[in-house]
Design a binder for this molecule. Structure first.
Ligand code: ADP
Ligand code: MG
Length: 249
C-alpha cells in the first residue's frame, strides 16, 4: 500500500458533479481542504457555492464523483450520511436557531441526541462554546431576545457543539445589519486562528484576505481559480476572476 502523502484531508472532493433535474450545477469539482485550513469560496450568485457546501453534509446529493469527510465517503447511504453529519458543523445565512429553546438548549440539543453525552457534560461543553463566542452570559435567553449578530454567534457555538472536523458556513454575515458583521467575523477569525477547519462562502473580501489560507472563485458550477489570498487578490489569473473582483471590490 502506498502511504498517503500528507495528513488526511478534512474534506475532499474529486470529480464531483451535481444536478438539479437537468440543471448541471457542479461540474468536475476537485478540492481538498486540509485539517486546520480556512478556505473561502466566492463567486457570482447562482454559481453553485451553496450547493457545493451543502453536498458536504448531504443536504444536497452529488450525482457523480467522490466526497470524503474526515475519511468517510458519502456513498448515498444513510449510515455514511449520519457519520458525516456528526462530524460537520453548519452555519446558515439566516441563523436557523430553534426559537422556543434557550440559547443554552440550542447548544446542548445535538450533543444530547447525536453524541448521547449526559446533560451536565453537554451544558458544560455548550457554556464553553458560548464563552468562546462571547455569549455565556446570555445562555438563558431565547433567540428573539438577541440581536442578529448575537444569534449568529449562538449558531456558531451550536455548530461547534459537536466538536466538528469541519465547519461549513454559507454567507454567515449576509443577513446581518452592517454594524453586526464585524462581531461575527471576529469570532470566525478567532476560530480560524485557533485551528478550526473552515469552509466558508462569503463576499467579505477583507476577511478572505486577512484570514483565508486559500480563496476559491466559482463560476457556472466550476472552480475557476484557487489561490492563497495575496495571489488571488493581487494577481488573479483568470479573466472571470478579474471581472468578478472588479465588480465587488
Ligand atoms: P450560489 O450559492 O452560488 O448562489 P446555488 O448553489 O444556490 O448558487 O445555485 C446553483 C444553481 O443551482 C443555480 O442555478 C440555482 O438556481 C440552482 N439551484 C439551487 N438550488 C436548487 C434547487 N433546490 N432546485 C433547483 N435548482 C436549484
Ligand atoms: Mg448561495
Amino acid at each position: 500500500m502506498i502511504p498517503p502523502a500528507g495528513p488526511m484531508p478534512a474534506v475532499e472532493f474529486s470529480g464531483v458533479h451535481a444536478w438539479f433535474g437537468t440543471t448541471h450545477v457542479l461540474r468536475a469539482i476537485d478540492l481538498a481542504v486540509a485539517p486546520g485550513e480556512t478556505v473561502v469560496i466566492c463567486g457570482p450568485s447562482g454559481s453553485g457555492k451553496s450547493t457545493l457546501i451543502r453536498t458536504v453534509n448531504g443536504l444536497v446529493a452529488h450525482g457523480a464523483g467522490t466526497i470524503r469527510v474526515a475519511g468517510v465517503t458519502l456513498d448515498g447511504g444513510a449510515k455514511a450520511a449520519d457519520a458525516v453529519r456528526a462530524r460537520v458543523g453548519m452555519v446558515f445565512q439566516g441563523f436557523n436557531l430553534f426559537p422556543h429553546l434557550t440559547v443554552l438548549e440550542n447548544c446542548t440539543l445535538a450533543p444530547l441526541h447525536v453524541r448521547r453525552v449526559g446533560l451536565a457534560a453537554a451544558r458544560a461543553l455548550a457554556l464553553g462554546h458560548l464563552d468562546r463566542v462571547g455569549l455565556a452570559d446570555l445562555a438563558g435567553r431565547r433567540p428573539a431576545e438577541l440581536s442578529g449578530g448575537q444569534q449568529q454567534r449562538v449558531a456558531i457555538a451550536r455548530a461547534l457543539s459537536l466538536e466538528p472536523d469541519v465547519m461549513l458556513l454559507d454567507e454567515p454575515t449576509s443577513a446581518l445589519d452592517p454594524e453586526m458583521v464585524g462581531e461575527v467575523l471576529a469570532v470566525l477569525t478567532d476560530l480560524a486562528r485557533g485551528g478550526t477547519t473552515l469552509l466558508c462562502v462569503t463576499h467579505e473580501m477583507g476577511f478572505a484576505r486577512a484570514v483565508a489560507d486559500r480563496v476559491v472563485f466559482m463560476d457556472e458550477g466550476q472552480i475557476v481559480e484557487i489561490a492563497p489570498p495575496e495571489a488571488f487578490f493581487d494577481q488573479p489569473r483568470h479573466p472571470r476572476t478579474r471581472a468578478f473582483l472588479s465588480r465587488i471590490l
